[in-house]
Design a protein. Sequence first.
Length: 97
Amino acid sequence: MQCRDNCGACCTAPSITSPIPGMPDGKPAGVRCVQLGEDKRCLIFGRPERPAFCGGLQPSVDMCGSSREQAIRWLDELERATAPTFTNNHRVPDPQA
């Protein structure tokens, strides 16, 4: 599957914790990446400075759905499902770790 034209959902919806050129602390969920071009394509695609997280996101029918809005919803759900749990302002350790 190829990326949908004028989508960029995967460059907006998820949080990215590793450095991105122009965003040294990564980016929070829901914030447009500074490397997302006006055509909603990644400006650093295929370059070594592109975060590994980004390279791991591959377009799929499940993730992309039939519209940018569906992709945003799916990625938002994934973000919530994988967010660390906090109790009294402290991160709860992952029992799998």
